[in-house]
Structures are given as C-alpha cells and as structure tokens.
Design a protein around this ligand. Structure first.
Ligand code: AMP
Length: 545
C-alpha cells in the first residue's frame, strides 16, 4: 500500500519561490569590488532570477547545459544561480582563484556553454576564452557603466535581463536532474567534477538547517564568507532562503577590516568561513580593539580549527565556535561539533576538546572507519583509519566518469581523510591521507601539530609537512609565518610545543617563512609548500626520534 501524501518533486526552485513568497522583504546585501554596498530582497532577487531564466531561454540554453559563473559572493551571482537551475540548466561555479590553466581545464571538461563573470575577472577571461571553445557567450555581472574593456564580445547583466519578463516557468522536471557542478580542489591529479542533483541539494539544505547543524533561522543575519564557488557555500545558498535569513554577501573584499565592518554595520549574527578568515578578523580586532557586535556563533570548517580561535572568540568576544566537516563530494556538510547533553553540562574548558573534533554525523548519513584492506575499525576514539561515508548527499561518481568506480562494495565513498571516531560518535580528522607523516611505522598528525603551534602568541600561520628521513622514513618540520613585526627563535616554538605533544612528534626543525601560501579555497596549500621546500635537508643526521 502506498502512502497518500502529495508527491511533489524536490526541486530547488521551490526553495527560492518559498523565500520570495514568505520571506520576500528579507534583505540580501552585497558589496562590490569598489566597496559599494547594495541591497535587494528575496522577492526582488527572485523576480530578477526569473528574468535571467528568460534571458537564458532566449539564448537557447537548454536543460542539462552548463551555465558557468566566475564570480564572488553577490546578489547578481545568486540571481543567475537560481535563474539557471530553475530551468533545469546546470550551474557550474568556477573558482576565480585557481590558475588560468586549471580553470581552462575545468571549463573544457565541463563543456561550459556560457560564463557569467564579475567584471574584475575580465583579464582572466582574456587568457581563458581562447582555450575554451565551448563558451559561446559572456555576461558580466554589472551594469553598462561597469563594463570592462575586453577584446572579446560580452554583454552587461543589467541590459541582458532588462527587457525580460519577471514571469517564467520553473521546475516541472525530475528531482534527480543535475543542478550544480563543482570541481574539487585537485590537490592531487586533475580536478574532478562533482555533479549535485536537485533532490540531493534540497535534502542537504534541510539537513543543515537542524539545530545541531547550522541552525539558521529567520532571526539570523548571515555573513557568507565561504565562497559560492566552493561546494554551494556549504549549502547556505539553499538553506538561508528556506528560512528567510538575511544574507550579507561580501564580494571580493575578504580582509579582516572589510569583513569586520560588515559584521557591525549589518548586525551579523552568524557566519561561516575557513579558519584563516577568522585569524585575519581576530588580528584586525586586536589591532583596533574592536568588538563583534551582534555576532553569536560561527561555523568554522574546510580545515581543522585551531584551539586559539575557539578560545579567543569565546573568551574575548562571547562567540560560540562550531566546527563543521565535509568536502565537495559530500554537498558538503556531513559532521558538526555541537555538544551532546552531557558535554554541554561541562565547564567550557572541558568542552573544548570536543569542539576541536570535527563532530557528529548529520541524519541520513553513515560513516565508517576501515583499514587499507577495507576491514571495519572500532569507534574507540583511538584507532584511526580511512574515513568512508554514505548517503543521498554523497557523490556516487565524478562527472564524465573520471576516477572510475568510487564506492566500495557497501556503497561507501572514501573521503581520503584519516580519522578516529569516539564512543559518543565524534569524528576527528587525524590528517588528509596524503599529509599524514609516517614516522617509524607510526603516524603523526600534521593538523594536530599545526593547531597547537599556531597558538604561540607570535605565530600568524603554521604548517607542518613530513620530510624524508633515512631512519624514520619521514619526520615533521614546522613552518612558521610570524605576525607582522615579530621575531622569534626556533627554540621558542620547540619550548612551546614541549609537554603539549608526544616527544617523538616534536618537529625536527622550525623554518621561518615570509608566507605560508593559501590555496584557492583559503586553506593552507601544502602542495605548494612541498614544492617550495624541495631540496630542503634536515639540519642533522636525524637520530631525533
Ligand atoms: P574540499 O572538497 O575542497 O572542501 O576539501 C575537503 C577536505 O577539507 C576534507 O576532506 C578534509 O580533509 C578537509 N576539511 C574540511 N573540513 C575540515 C575540518 N573541519 N577539519 C579538518 N579538515 C577539514
């Protein structure tokens, strides 16, 4: 016997329709490259998204074709996003911070039909377009006055949509249709395309709205620092419209001062970003003796969150840090570090070790740890193994069949992370499988070392990599970028780590560098660090362990 409830396809256009009808007056605030702030509402953005749909249809864009964006977070980007997916086109978010060759590879692989780009990306497009013949049209997300000079033909977004009707049919297709395409950072090999469906993103949006996930509400003002080109901005492009949270989209200005200004001027209550963003904001606050206004809580993810950020935000600014873990292939949110009842009852100090873990699993998903042969390992908080995940918001393969079959015989996807899971269900990342330091048959977590080292008052950023060692295979070395104007000795960092880590984890060297490079999604770029450190030799014969 079948249930008798209405059978409505879970297509994403319904979420934006809902926002326009029921939260129509809630604001969407954007800042452009010149720093100007503009305002619209869900109802306003929805009407313009319909105009985008009509403009796309007028160009002949059909269901399944890839409409790319090359843009920072802003209202026009959001309108273009829903305008494309509403008619069944696939919104492909290109990351403007990647190298042009990488973007060209990705756009070719995706066979992008057209690109909607921020005007600041014009020079990048000059290099890119000759390499990507599939792109037939370029629209700049600006008005006529803001058009950049280019050697190629392009139109401005405002005149492109101006004559289009604000009525357009959306949806009416299978909920399993592809909605979005996003390529993984490609830290090894070529980037691979993750193809989200309407249904999977719809379910992901509902999952992340739980109180024990992102807990967004109609009372929130969300500063969306995490880029829309990175895994659907952690799904917030879908979840914020569901509940009518005010959206603040900071554009390209992601420095501490600019973000801080928006936090105060817009009354931001919630934000989502990678740890390095908070390091910049905290450095700015320290310098200016500022406060964080109405900010209540932040989700930090994308990379492990250092303890110093959790404590400073809590102790000095009264802001609660919740860590989230996920990846492009997991839509992305999968675990969140909210406290269980018994942990919430503990004093803050005793809660911190759990905040440092990547958290507990959202419903609909399943996790397991295995050894290299695929045998399950215990959830005892000590045994670490390959982290594998399963569920309707997890990739089942890559676009174009790249990478072949990615699921094991039980249907789990191998995340490439090495983790533990404790008896309460808290998952903790030990490392990326390729970053973990294998020393004398045992493993050292580069993440743990970095997070402790960056707590040194003079450290701005820290990175740990393994270097080849004649006796122990690999030994860790610590790279430190000091805060501006600071100086320090190697000894200062060794002394700082002493007593906080196992003796054999102690880095064999401390190297002070001018810059710890960040990758295109704001995470420490270990691949580049390893390239830069090629030819480095340990300073002694290495009997350190
Ligand atoms: P991406 O697909 O670019 O979002 O990268 C996903 C990877 O980032 C994961 O597989 C993890 O290695 C890492 N990552 C994401 N969130 C966290 C976190 N909270 N702590 C540690 N690593 C994280």
């Amino acid at each position: 016997m079948q249930g008798l409830m209405q059978d409505v396809p879970l297509t994403l256009d319904r979420l934006f329709d809902h926002a326009a009808r029921w939260h129509g007056a809630r604001e969407i605030v954007s800042r452009d490259a010149d720093g100007r702030v503009s305002r619209t509402t869900y109802a306003g953005a929805h009407a313009r998204a319909k105009q985008v749909s009509n403009a796309l249809r007028a160009m002949g864009v059909r269901e399944g074709e890839r409409v790319a964006t090359l843009a920072w977070n802003g209202a026009r980007h959001l309108e273009a996003w829903y305008g494309a997916i509403g008619i069944g086109a696939v919104l492909h978010t290109l990351n403007p911070r990647l190298f042009p060759e990488q973007i060209a590879y990705i756009a070719n692989h995706a066979q992008d039909r057209m690109i909607l780009a921020d005007p600041g990306c014009a020079p990048l497009l000059e290099t890119l377009l000759p390499q990507v013949p599939s792109v037939r049209d370029v629209i700049f997300l600006c008005d006529e006055a803001g058009m950049p000079r280019t050697s190629f033909a392009a139109r401005d977004y405002e005149s492109w949509i101006a004559d289009q009707s604000q009525q357009a049919a959306w949806g009416g297709f299978d909920e399993r249709l592809a909605a979005g395409l996003c390529y993984t950072s490609g830290t090894t090999g070529n980037p691979k395309g993750v193809l989200y469906g309407h249904r999977s993103n719809y379910i992901h949006a509902l999952m992340t709205l739980q109180v024990d996930a992102l807990a967004l509400s109609a009372r929130d003002t969300v500063l969306l620092v995490v880029p829309m080109y990175h895994a659907n901005a952690w799904g917030v492009v879908y979840s914020a419209p569901c509940v009518g949270a005010k959206l603040v989209l900071p554009g390209q200005r992601l420095d501490g001062a600019s973000l801080h200004e928006l936090i105060l001027s817009e009354g931001v209550t919630y934000s989502a970003a990678v740890p390095t963003v908070w390091q910049m904001i905290l450095a700015h606050l320290k310098e200016t003796k500022g406060n964080l206004g109405k900010l209540e809580r932040v989700t930090i993810g994308g990379a492990a969150c250092p303890e110093s950020i959790i404590r400073t935000l809590h102790d000095e600014y009264g802001v609660d840090v919740i860590q989230g873990w996920g990846m492009t292939e997991t839509s992305p949110l999968a675990t969140v570090s909210h406290p269980t009842a018994e942990i919430a009852a503990l004093p803050f100090d005793q809660q911190v070790p759990f905040k440092l873990k990547q958290g507990r699993l959202l419903c609909n998903l399943d996790l397991k740890l295995t050894d290299d042969e695929g045998r399950r390992l215990p959830h005892d908080g000590k045994t670490f193994g390959r982290l594998k995940i399963k569920g309707e918001t997890i990739a089942s393969g890559y676009f174009g069949g790249e990478g072949g079959d990615v699921l094991d015989e039980e249907g789990f996807f191998d995340t490439g992370d090495v983790s533990t899971i404790d008896a309460r269900g808290y998952m903790q990342i030990t490392d990326r499988a390729k970053d973990v330091i294998k020393s004398g048959g045992e493993w050292i977590s580069s993440i743990d070392l970095e997070n402790i080292a960056v707590g040194h008052p003079k450290a701005h950023l820290c990175a740990v990599i393994g270097v080849t060692h004649p006796k122990w295979d690999e030994r860790p070395i610590l790279l430190v970028q000091l805060k501006p104007g600071e100086s320090a000795e190697k000894r200062d960092f060794i002394d700082f780590l002493d007593g906080k880590i196992a003796k054999w984890w102690m880095p064999d060297d401390v190297v002070f560098v001018d810059e710890i490079p960040l990758g295109a999604t704001g995470k420490i770029d270990k691949k580049l660090i390893r390239q830069r450190m090629q030819g480095y030799a340990l300073p002694f014969d290495g009997t350190s362990r």
